[in-house]
Write a protein of this length. Structure first.
Ligand code: ATP
Ligand code: MG
Length: 207
């Protein structure tokens, strides 16, 4: 993935959260953006994920401009995944039902095909035994791993992660980072924002 940002500004009322941001990366498989709390990381990630439209400026990913119109954004969002700090799983559904939801409702798979598609990843990440539990019955690390799997089972070109471990204790943080590490190299690029100076990918900022 190659990312170019030109003169990006995001303004909410009088508050300018991103002010004329420009950035150009080389070709990277994973990118970590580090910044202080309140610095605009979530704002930037939401724009990159096609959830918000900036006030001004342009973004190109792999030489394609990010769409600004609702139809274009909807199509774009179908090709990427997003994971938030707070998991955003549906509380009344089991982990399994949370996982198949986007496959059935966004990608049009039958329920049977969706269940088949999540079977192997659930086993691989030791989540099969928890698949019938609702989010309240799972640990924070398990919830976040389900949230990451839910984003990954649709095989997105890019996965955007907004401080995916900030609500977790060190042991659960390790579980989640191990999972992200294991998912690298599967054809999905990762963009992660964090305020933690320790690089979650275990090396220099981007590669
Ligand atoms: N929709 C909005 N309307 C008004 N102000 C907003 C909106 N979204 C974000 N802000 C403001 O923009 C600033 C940056 O917010 P943002 O959530 O992007 O920061 P952050 O770097 O992700 O912070 P944190 O590390 O705490 O998650 C904050 O001052 C916030 O109050
Ligand atoms: Mg944030």
């Amino acid at each position: 993935m190659q990312l170019t940002i030109h003169h990006l500004t995001q303004q909410f009322g009088k508050v300018r959260v991103l002010d004329n941001l420009s950035l150009e990366t080389g070709s990277v498989g994973s990118l970590v953006l580090v910044g202080p709390s309140g610095g605009g990381k979530s704002t930037l990630l939401r724009i990159l994920a096609g959830l918000d439209v900036p006030t001004s400026g342009t973004i190109e990913i792999d030489n394609a401009g990010l769409p600004r119109d609702e139809n274009g954004l909807r199509a774009y969002r179908r090709t990427v995944g997003t994971v938030f700090q707070s998991y955003n799983l549906f509380p009344h559904l089991s982990a399994r039902e949370n996982l198949i939801l986007p496959l059935v409702h966004v990608h049009g798979l039958t329920r049977e095909a969706a269940l088949e598609q999540i079977r192997e990843p659930l086993e691989r990440f030791q989540l099969a035994a928890h698949a019938d539990k609702r989010p309240a019955e799972l640990s924070g690390g398990q919830n976040q791993r389900i949230a990451i799997l839910r984003a990954m089972v649709v095989r997105p070109t890019r996965l955007f992660l907004d401080e995916p471990t900030s609500a977790l204790d060190p042991e659960m943080t390790a579980e989640v980072l191990d999972m992200i590490e294991a998912l690298k190299g599967t054809g999905t690029d990762f963009v992660l924002v964090t305020h933690a100076m320790t690089d979650p990918f275990g090396g220099p900022g981007c590669r």
